[in-house]
Ligand binder design. Sequence first.
Ligand code: PLP
Length: 382
Amino acid sequence: MNRHYFDHNATTPIAPLVREAMLRAVDEAWANPSSIHQDGQRARQTFEQARSQVAALLGCGPKEIVFTSGGTEADNLAILGAVRADSRPRKHVLTTAIEHPAVLEACAALEREGVAVTYLQPNRDGLIDPDVFCRQLRPETVLASVMHANNETGGIQDIAALAAAAAEAGVLFHSDGVQAAGKLGFSPATAGIGLYSISAHKLNAPKGCGALYVRSGVKLAPLLFGGRQERGRRAGTESVTLAAAFGAAAALVRNDMRPLRDRLEQGILARVPDAHVNGANGPRLPNTANIRFDGISAESLVIALDLRGFAVSTGAACSSGSVEPSHVLLAMGLSPEQARSSVRFSLGLGNTEEQVDLLVEAVTECAARLRKLSPAYSEASP
Ligand code: PLP
């Protein structure tokens, strides 16, 4: 059976050009980039080229890029690093209730260290109101962290406006750009942002590599102690291989996914009754559709589609497998039952119109079959 992958917000397949760059680095740039011999210098050159490619993706200077092991480490370094580097006795962090666990758990760790944290609630479309954000900034606020685009709904925050408000209050601004990078043509460097996290495996490169944009002059306490790699901000021998793959992925030209995503949404809404797009009224990533199917368990639909060759998701990959409804959808005001009826479709390189049409067909049939089995739905239906 042909498989059709529609779960690119969880991870992406490795693109052929990325694979080539990675294998070239395996063969030619295997030495330690800190070694002064020619083999080391060759590895250093490959590594620094990768850094320049990642910097070009974000429109910043290469020295402002710190390579990490992924988005989680980039978020942790930004949040723990920035707050611990600030010497004020009383500290406050402003963030939101819809962040990825990489941010929420880092904030929870800070709370255990005595830092006060405020979690802003979004509106029904998953958006944070800049006025509410401003009102929650305090004199002791050290850091504000608001994700750029949500991994579950694709909802995009106006982080330029939020960063400007933070800057006016003298507060450092971090954004988790893991889902937005490469999809929006956005430069944190021109938007007054201090810290911006990205991850290679969301961009058709392997897992285990990410980066943090650190605006020149921003101070961070390191999370790892050891050598002086990454200008003292991230100890440990650099993975030239993974960085080379990340660099190649950053330079890939990407198609606009919006026409395909809209075809998928319109196809489903036209053919499946009682289907609703979560966060439909706000700006959203062009590759993401989060759709609620009333009366259907999202898990059952994901499994039924999987058996027919389609990979989709109930939301964040890390929370799949648990029966907890999505914290993001709950924060947007959905009931637990509505949240448990929501499926995420996320498109990427390689998806075609033909695949989308097959998916619409499969969703229509599976939803009809599952609803026949659902007494709650037939009772609620006229
Ligand atoms: N932030 C967001 C918004 C994500 O979607 C993810 C991964 O799903 C992460 C952070 C963590 O990135 P990584 O898997 O590279 O650790």
